[in-house]
Ligand binder design. Structure first.
Ligand SMILES: [Fe+2]
Length: 399
């Protein structure tokens, strides 16, 4: 009975999340895609963009051609480049103030998850001047449309450019609050591979493995939502074919572009079909030891998939077929796909293990993972605390 209720709850969640597929962003992609944004703004009679980004992008001059194009098209802009990693409410309020003081009417967010999340919440404040950020944390509390919003990812991994969510960090500490509302889905996603040319190999590798994890977890989850599964497959193909190339040669614009696409499709897949226990375990490890999210996922992914056992064989065998791996049985193919993930991970120089994990923290990390994963993530099997502890000990010892 409990299992039945659990499945019912997961199905209702997925049916709700499916609503995102009707609001996917308009896609602008390819080399110099960012430089098309000013024309789009002009076509829509928008006059003043708030550009939300990080200080590094301004310092390096990467966005100079974009600013010149805005000026040439007669569009004013205000730069807000004080976005910090894990933005807090003060960070949002500063940007919101700039938006109003300068009479902005559109938002262009250029960066990783932090810049995009901060910009989304600035947009939510613009839509609801009478509500505080605290009023809008949780589900479906924004309700009014944001100003036209352009999401421009500068890593290929998080998928934030295609999510209806954002995360805000409490001012004093490390607690993070999710905000979810369909209106947070960007109006435009701009996939410009040139913006990734300076992304270092480690960040390319780690963010790419995060995207792969989104796709594989979405695909191995139960209920097999058809559209989400198709997006997950597209993502796995693109990432398996291009991640190693993008890491080996950061200047490979084709591989960079394919990785952006892969990450975007993976984003759509996991926003509907959700992630699984890799993410449930990873979030606690990331918070405690300050390791890169994608690197942690890369270490956990093969171990978690193996531990799912038979319940994941069919879907992993599908993915093995997709990338041209052979095997006599579904179990063989599943194992071949898991091995392929390990091979890719070592080819891009990410570690197999996480020795930072302390034995004394394991019970707590396992409890946190169980709380995050159950009952919402529709994983192929349901784990209890002891199962999470086994994985944590394995990944600590792996090398
Ligand atoms: Fe992730």
């Amino acid at each position: 009975m409990k299992q039945f209720l659990l499945r019912g709850q997961q199905l209702v969640t997925i049916a709700f999340l499916e609503g995102q597929l009707k609001r996917l962003p308009n896609l602008i992609e390819g080399e110099d895609a960012l430089l098309q944004v000013p024309s789009v703004l002009q076509d829509q009679s928008l006059k003043h963009a708030l550009v939300v980004t990080t200080a590094g992008f301004i310092r390096r001059g990467t966005l100079k051609p974009f600013f010149e194009t805005l000026t040439n098209q007669g569009i004013a802009y205000t730069i807000y480049s004080e976005v910090i990693p894990d933005p807090d409410i003060a960070c949002v309020e500063k940007g919101y103030k700039l938006y109003y003081q300068n009479g902005c009417d559109a938002i262009v967010a250029i960066g990783g998850g932090s810049a995009m999340d901060c910009a989304k919440i600035i947009g939510a404040r613009v839509a609801n001047p009478d509500k505080t950020v605290e009023d809008m944390t949780g589900n479906m509390k924004i309700r009014k449309n944001l100003p036209p919003f352009f999401a421009v990812p500068t890593t290929a991994g998080s998928g934030s450019e295609v999510t209806a969510g954002a995360v805000i960090t409490e001012p004093a500490g490390s607690r993070k609050y999710p905000i979810f509302d369909f209106v947070l889905m960007p109006t435009y996603a701009v996939l410009d591979p040139k913006l990734l040319l300076n992304l270092p190999p480690f960040m390319t590798a780690a963010s790419g493995m995060d995207a792969l994890t989104h796709a594989v977890e979405a695909y191995t989850n139960k209920f097999h939502h058809k559209a989400a599964a198709d997006y997950a497959k597209k993502a796995v193909s693109l990432i398996m074919a291009n991640l190693e190339k993008a890491v080996a040669n950061g200047q490979n614009l084709y591989a960079r572009h394919q990785m952006l696409k892969g990450s975007y499709y993976a984003g759509i897949a996991f926003n509907v079909a959700l992630v699984g226990y890799v993410h449930a375990i990873s979030h606690g490890i990331g918070g405690r030891y300050h390791l890169q999210h994608g690197q942690i996922n890369a270490s956990l992914l093969p171990l978690v998939l193996e531990a799912y056992g038979k319940a994941a064989h069919k879907s992993l065998a599908d993915l093995a077929d997709l990338v041209g791996l052979s095997g006599q049985t579904e179990a063989d193919k599943a194992q071949a796909f898991i091995q392929k993930i390990r091979d890719l991970r070592s080819a891009i120089n990410l570690p197999a293990g996480i020795p930072d994990i302390q034995e004394a923290d394991i019970a707590d990390l396992a409890a946190g993972a169980e709380k995050e994963g159950n009952p919402i993530y529709p994983t192929p099997v349901t784990w209890q605390q002891a199962d999470f502890e086994i994985i944590l000990r394995k990944v600590k010892a792996e090398h």
